[in-house]
Design a protein around this ligand. Structure first.
Ligand code: ADP
Ligand code: MG
Length: 366
């Protein structure tokens, strides 16, 4: 229930560096960070709005923003964060929770090109939270393997496109990999029927699966004449610890880690498109819009309100992450550039609402 108690969703904001195009046109920086406060300046009237989040990550190493939105060299930019810093703050907690038997969810929100995939998956050798977390999980598993304890990891990866759920790691022999049904079960909540679950013994197998999944996501987008920025990607890692005692009895601790790279948040707004593009646009709007509505409902903290989880595929799959049995972290990815001011402000507001959501995570033990 969206009332008091439980622990809040942790929210991190991360501003990406200027890209080449922005540098070429001498874009101004509208976002500045100091301590845990993030300030955004309206490039037209210079009005400022200030927000405060659990973590704020700065990417312009050694620079701060002056009154004119120019980056100037400074000693004071202590919020600079590389991938490892972000993992240390957010990913390590996810891992600790997994060992303790809690479910954990980490999702990245923001407009296309703001750095969601960079934070989650990474870019080249700058690995993101997902691969670093998986690497550390298997390192810890190798150290913990003992005679009386079995440790199992299964991996799955799907995308939601146009309210359809697609397995990104389907087997060739598989009958059906697209338009999978989301079903509900009293014990496990919502789940995707027929989604392939891949047992993984080491980090290499995870890395291979992620590569295959990324290729399938891009291929599908290309075939549909779209980009992957229109789909939501959900990676799910099931971690099971089985403890066997001398009497032949066993107990179990389980955890599900969900890692979500959302579609570009600009899709949540009405587009002027028509025909096929409208159909596609509106379906994508649905999952993102409903995510916004669910967050809004939970954030208003009226325990009597009905939370509309059932109204989109994404909110069904994220049900436990939002107000339920999960420790949840949101990364809001921000562009620094004046041209993206409206989208960045809307992302900050969204993140500010998410902060108010209380979850009730319990240890999954049997
Ligand atoms: P999104 O997934 O939100 O559409 P990307 O993650 O693809 O955006 O990021 C867009 C571009 O910006 C990529 O080239 C990416 O490598 C770069 N980028 C994003 N965030 C950072 C960052 N924190 N540091 C360095 N480069 C970044
Ligand atoms: Mg992306």
């Amino acid at each position: 229930m969206p009332s008091s108690g439980g622990d809040s969703i942790k929210v991190a904001v991360r501003v990406r560096p200027f890209n080449q195009r922005e540098l070429n046109r001498k874009a101004k920086c509208v976002v500045s960070m100091q301590g845990n406060s993030t300030t955004i300046t309206n490039p037209t009237n210079k009005e400022t709005k200030q927000f405060s989040f659990d973590y704020s990550y700065w990417s312009h190493d050694g620079y701060v923003v002056d009154q004119n939105g120019r980056l100037i060299q400074s000693e004071a930019s202590s919020r600079y964060a590389d991938q490892m810093t972000v993992f240390d703050d957010l990913g390590r907690g996810v891992l600790q929770n997994a060992w303790a038997g809690y479910n954990a969810t980490l999702f990245a929100y923001g407009q296309t090109g703001s750095g969601k995939s960079y934070s989650m998956v990474g870019h080249g050798s700058n690995k993101g939270i997902v691969p670093i977390t998986c690497g550390n999980l298997f390192r810890a598993i190798d150290e913990a393997r003992e005679g009386d304890k079995e440790l199992q990891v299964t991996f799955s990866m799907l995308e939601i496109y146009n309210e359809q759920t697609r397995d990104l790691l389907f087997n060739k022999s598989q009958h059906k990999s697209t338009n999978l049904k989301v079903r509900e079960n009293r014990d496990v909540g919502f789940y995707v029927e027929g989604l392939t679950q891949h047992p993984c013994r080491d980090y290499n197998s995870v890395e291979q699966l992620m590569e295959v999944g990324a290729i399938n996501r891009t291929t599908a987008a290309t075939n549909m004449n779209a980009t992957s920025s229109r789909s939501h990607m959900v990676i799910s890692i099931k971690f099971k610890q089985i403890f066997n005692n001398d009497l032949g009895e066993s107990t179990m601790k389980t955890s599900e880690i969900n890692l979500v790279d959302l579609a570009g948040s600009e899709r949540a707004e009405s587009s002027g498109a028509t025909g096929d593009r409208l159909k596609e646009g509106s379906a994508i709007n649905r999952s993102l819009l409903m995510l916004g509505t669910v967050i809004e409902t939970l954030a208003t903290a009226d325990p009597k309100s009905v939370v509309p989880y059932r109204d989109s595929v994404l909110t069904k799959l994220l049900k436990s992450a939002l107000g339920g049995n999960s420790k949840t972290v949101m990364i809001a990815a921000l562009s620094p550039a004046d041209i993206n001011y409206e989208e960045t402000l809307s992302t900050l507001r969204y993140a500010n609402r998410a902060k108010k959501i209380k979850n009730r995570a319990v240890v999954n033990e049997s």
